[in-house]
Each structure stands twice: as structure tokens, then as C-alpha cells.
Design a protein around this ligand. Sequence first.
Ligand code: G6P
Length: 470
Amino acid sequence: MRQSSLVVVANRLPVDDTVAPDGACEWRRSPGGLVSALHPILQHAPAIWVGWAGGTDTAPTLPDIDGVRMRTVALSEDDVRQHYEGFANATLWPLYHDAVEQPVYHRRWWESYQRVNQRFAEAAAEAAEPGAVVWVQDYHLQLVPGMLRALRPDLLIGFFLHVPFPPPELFMQLPRRAELLLGMLGADLVGFQRAQAAHNFAQLAAKVLQVPATDRRIAVEDRVVRIGAFPVSIDMAEMEVLAARPDVVAHANQLRKDLGEPQHMILSVDRMDYTKGIEHRLKAYSELLADGHIKVRDTVLVQVVVPSRERVEQYQILRDRVEREVGRINGEFGRVGEPAIHYLNQPFDRAELAALYRAADVMMVTPLRDGMNLVAKEYVAARVDGDGALVLSEFAGAAAELTQAYLVNPHDLDGLKLTLMHALEAAPSDVRGRMAAMRAHLRTHDIQAWARSYVTALDRSGSLMTRLTS
Ligand code: G6P
């Protein structure tokens, strides 16, 4: 059994199962999201990544990817239904996102969540060298830090939550709230996207567990757990290189031609998720068309929706509603060869996304609640030409940093309409000034800076960082 001084534990392994030109199955590093977030730091250490490869009942042996060893955890069909689709994505996900959908509580889902977390903790314990750093990611694995500490008290354990952490009045709904908090408190450092989330966590620890807690430190038994905000980011340099590639620029120009050379192109890119505010955005857009503020020939909206969690009931209902609304809007306002909304429900590769980002005059990112939203940051990174307006929800973590975006409350439909019009009609100097400020921020707050700041805070003695950078 191979071991490492750095182990990352996440629900998903950073790989996709692709088919090579000769028909053989090939594993590639998957783009975007959490996986690209951790990629840079993993390149510098002979790390092991513990996670699920997708699918059921299989634990394929995977090749090293960019020098990182993959250690697969198998999930059965029941585990996927109850742990991943159930407790993680039908209980915790909606609860942590302001309960914009009703969280569902089932005792058997909780049992499955515990079993699967134990399996991940055991796999991490086997992969970690004595004294290693283990970095556990996200809401699927909140019990792992506590379980791992019980198995391996010698380890330095970090936990980072990529999604929001809710206020006490919501979290208190959870039937097994104390166990979840204690699970996270098994870590030495618990990281969140925003300071508000750390504050919520501290309040809950004090209330539910009756332990001394501030927004920086929580005392549990004989240990002190540090907590704090570490806003995640993107690989700015990678996106800039991609967006400047001649084929990507040509593709962006071609997209504008294919769309009929409109005066304005508006873009949205979301996972198909009820937290993303897709329906609110469509309603605002449809009202602007009805009011005559937007004309189909001059302005096009390209709405990309990437399929996600398709077996979960709330996601199926959302897809039906979005598609019915897009059909209604196109039926009412479109013309032959000129739909009001270009709707695409399919996965997109990085180069295609970069071309879309470069082609769009206005990017609308209007979630009802979002831990960070890396799409907003990717749009900014892709605008190497210094152009492009970002309309951004106040309820995305990214709004705390990208303060020069056209910020909006997506629940306020009139505000949403006004802000979109404002972004469409803004003077080029205003658009460019805002974009320059956001790009400058991301240059110093990229993914490398995020990973460095988290690992430095976790590894206060500096031993791991010395090993990583030597
Ligand atoms: C969010 C979560 C990630 C998750 C991603 C995609 O960003 O924070 O942990 O991987 O959504 O969702 P999926 O269910 O496909 O992993």
C-alpha cells in the first residue's frame, strides 16, 4: 500500500472516463470546479487523492494523473442513492443553500452517510504517512475529520467546505446536527468560503455542543480547532492562456456570426441546479422582451445548462420547468431562425466555454445562494481583452471579492431587469474599468494563492510547505 505526506479526500476523484479515438477507455483529469482548484498544489507533492470515480460497485485502478496517485473508493448503487443523491444532495445541499428547496430527511440516508464517510476515512488513514497532512473536502464528507482523528491521531487534518454554511436557524433543523458539527471539529483547521460561514459555525458549536467558540477558535475536549475564511479561486493563468489561443478567439468570432452578429450577446453558464436562479433570470428576461426593452434581433441570450444530479427528483422537476419556460419564451418572442434564447443542456469542454466567455458582452451569474461560483471568476479570467460586463448575484461568495461587478439581488425582478439593462448600456469605459479592477484582484487571488494560504494556515510548523517547495 503506497502512502503519502499529502492526502486529499474528496467525494469525486479529479478524473473523467473518456473514450480514446481507438475506442479504448481513457481517464483524464476533469476540468473545472473543485478539481482544478486543487490541481496546482498537488503537482508539487507526491500526493494521493482519495475519492469516488463515479459509477457503482467499481473501484478501478487508475493511472497517476499529473503525478497524483488516485485511490478509489467504491460506492454501491445504495450508497449512491442514499449517501450521494440522498443525504448529501437532497438533505445537506438544499439546507445549506438557504433551503431554497425543501431539505428531505430520512434516517436511512443518515446511516448510509455515516457508512460511506467511515469508508473514506479508512482509505485516507491507509494512504497517509505518519504525521501526514490530510485535506478533506466538502459537505459529502463532514464526518471524515472526526473519524480519521479516531483512527490516526498523528495526522494534521484540514477540512474545507466549498458550499455555504447556513445560519443556526436553518442548521438546527438537522436531526443529527451535533454529530455533523463534531465530525467537522475533528479537523485542526476548518475552512469556509466566507467569514459569515465561520461565524455561523462558531455560533452553532457554542449553542449545540456548549463549547467555548469564537469566529477564529473552538475548544473541543483537549484541542483547539482553528476556523476561518479562505475564498477559493480559479487557475487564472490557465484560463488566460486558453482564452488567448487563436483557435478559441476564432471560435468566439464564429459564435457571434452564427448568432447573426447581434449587437449584444448575453451568456449564462450554470449546472442545472435550483440554487442557480435560472428561473428568476428567465422571468426577468421574458419581461424585458415583453416590455420591448430588449429586441430579439439585437440581443441574444445564450443559456448553457450543464446536466447535474439527474436522478434527484428536485433536479428533474427543475429541468422540466426551465425547459417549459424556455419553450414558452421562444414560442412567444422568437422568429424563424432567431430564437430569443439559445438553450443548451449539455456538457461543454474548457475551450468551448472560453470561446463563449470571450464572445459574450454580458455574463449573468445570478444564483440565489452559492458558496463561491467559479464561473463568475472564469469569465473575468477569460477576458484578456479587458472587455465584458459581469452581472453578479450578491448571494454568490464571489460577490465579496468581485465588488466591481454589476451586483444584484436576484429575487428582486425589477432590480435584475434594471441591472441587466445597465450592464448592456454601460459606457465602454465603465465596463473596462470594472473589468480591469476584477482582473487585478484575481491575479493576486488565484487558486495557487488559495491553496497556499490554506495549507500554510493548516501546517503552522511549516514542515509540509518546506517539503512542497523544496
Ligand atoms: C459543487 C460542490 C462540489 C461538487 C460540484 C459538482 O460545486 O461543492 O463538491 O463536486 O458541485 O456536483 P457533483 O454532484 O456532480 O459532484
